[in-house]
Design a protein around this ligand. Structure first.
Ligand SMILES: [Zn+2]
Length: 213
């Protein structure tokens, strides 16, 4: 998954409980925004093990240190990696270096990154078992940066926008401003591309079912 899809995917799954607390006045708008920001950062952290990833280009030393003892989708994408980051965040919270809400945001984002990678064709080889960790059946997995991933990106963007708009009508205004200069042609092209992707996915699944008979 590219960094944009990781962020959108993680936010669309991580925000609903926080939006619910916000609607119940248990969480302020500022805390909601901070939580959303930490989910985004957490959803990029595991790719610090890849020297050319979006986050590695912005963080000094750590990608180099990680490259000394692990490879891409190695330790940071493993069960041990999740336990390690969970313990590290717990220590920071207990030592009062990090508010609990933000630690939760980082952790949820981190775990959702692993879930996102497990949806791809490559999957996660060293997660828990020798067979690797794959979340989707073979015919639904996609290649990082492919058109099918773009389809998932649009799908999760729409889900996220719907969640935000339902919570806060003000977001409708932002969405309108964001899409103000989108032309009809852009929408037609995107739709045509998505329909093409869905068709391919459909024929893929039929082939898969036929082969497994
Ligand atoms: Zn990754």
């Amino acid at each position: 998954m590219t960094f944009k899809t990781h962020i959108i995917f993680a936010e669309s799954l991580a925000l609903p409980p926080a939006l619910y607390l916000y609607l119940n006045h248990t969480l302020s708008l500022e805390h909601l925004a901070l939580y959303g920001a930490t989910v985004a950062v957490g959803s990029l952290l595991p790719d610090l093990d890849h020297s050319r990833s979006f986050i590695s280009k912005r963080v000094p030393f750590i990608p180099y240190l990680l490259s000394l003892f692990t490879h891409h989708r190695g330790f940071t994408h493993s069960m041990q990696g999740i336990i390690f980051i969970g313990m590290f965040l717990t220590i920071l919270v207990l030592a009062k270096y990090l508010p609990r809400l933000l630690a939760i945001g980082f952790f949820v984002g981190y775990v959702l990154h692993i879930v996102g990678d497990a949806m791809t064709l490559a999957g996660i080889k060293n997660f828990c078992c020798k067979k690797g960790f794959y979340l989707l059946p073979k015919f639904l997995r996609f290649k990082t940066g492919s058109k099918i991933e773009r389809f998932y990106f649009f799908l999760f963007s729409a889900i996220l926008l719907a969640e935000l708009s339902l919570t806060h009508p003000q977001f409708f205004k932002y969405a309108k401003e964001l899409t103000a200069h989108v032309t009809l042609q852009d929408i037609q092209e995107t739709l045509a591309q998505s329909i093409g992707d869905i068709k391919r996915l459909f024929f893929h699944s039929i082939n898969f079912v036929n082969h497994s008979r």
